[in-house]
Each structure stands twice: as structure tokens, then as C-alpha cells.
Design a protein around this ligand. Structure first.
Ligand code: SF4
Ligand code: SF4
Length: 132
């Protein structure tokens, strides 16, 4: 079953901080400031963390934002993210916009069948790389 870890490594890969969907949100900016204020003393991998719901990153791991002022007309950055690629989220038919749609385990079609996943991956590669 798909499980994306909420850890420092994935936080660093996450592109949500550069995403226009939330860059003008005052609610998100307040959450960012709070992270910066306590960030130096927080070791996420140690188990002590801020309330995950108040961390405006890695929504694919902890779910929807609790901020109401995001602009979903802007483009989600998830498909450019290494976490997206590593967990085959395209193949799993993830809708991206995890800040709106919720964490990946809830919103992605789960495909535990290896052959089915491999076949979808091949199909996806054909779509991307077939010369015109
Ligand atoms: S989940 Fe997607 S839309 Fe939401 S902030 Fe992150 S990159 Fe942007
Ligand atoms: S897939 Fe989206 S929400 Fe998840 S770590 Fe990457 S940019 Fe952040």
C-alpha cells in the first residue's frame, strides 16, 4: 500500500513552497513564519513535529490544507516533484493538488498489482516518448 513518509527528506524535495497556488495566501504565509520561528529547534525525523495540518508542505503525506485562501486556478507543482516521481503518482492516477484533494493514500487509485502498475508505466512512457 502506498505510504509517503512525512520526513525531512520529503520536505526538502517538496515544491509546495514555490507554488503559486499558495504563495499569496496570508494563512499559509503565517504558517511558514511559524515554521521558520521554531524550525531551528525542530527535528522532524525525531518524532517531534508541529501539528502536521499546519505545515504548508508535503500535503501528499498529511492531507488538505486548513487555509481557505489558496488560489486553485494556479498550476500545481507536484508533477515536477521528486516525491511524485519516486512514488509513481502519475501511474497511480493521482490528481495532484493534494492541498485541496487530500493525502495521496486517500486520493490515488491504489494499484498493488505489480503487473498492472508496470503496464500502466509502459503506457505512460509511450505517451511521453513516442515521436510525433
Ligand atoms: S499540493 Fe500542489 S497545488 Fe498544493 S501547494 Fe503543493 S504544489 Fe501547490
Ligand atoms: S508531490 Fe506535491 S505535495 Fe507531495 S511533496 Fe511533492 S510537491 Fe509536495
Amino acid at each position: 500500500m502506498l505510504k509517503i513518509d512525512f520526513n525531512l527528506e520529503n520536505m526538502e524535495k517538496c515544491l509546495c513552497s514555490d507554488c503559486l497556488v499558495q504563495s499569496n495566501s496570508s494563512c499559509v504565509n503565517d504558517q511558514m513564519k511559524l515554521i521558520e520561528e521554531v524550525g531551528h529547534s525542530v527535528d522532524i525525523d525525531s518524532g517531534f513535529i508541529l501539528d502536521q495540518e499546519k505545515i504548508p508542505k508535503v500535503y501528499c503525506t498529511h492531507g488538505k490544507t486548513n487555509c481557505k485562501d489558496l488560489n486553485y486556478h494556479e498550476e500545481c507543482q507536484c508533477i515536477k516533484c521528486d516525491v511524485w516521481k519516486e512514488y509513481d503518482l502519475e501511474v497511480r492516477e493521482a490528481p495532484a493538488y493534494f492541498c485541496k484533494n487530500g493525502k495521496a493514500i486517500d486520493c490515488c487509485k491504489m494499484t498493488d498489482d505489480i503487473e498492472d502498475r508496470e503496464s500502466k508505466l509502459r503506457e505512460l512512457k509511450r505517451t511521453y516518448y513516442t515521436p510525433i
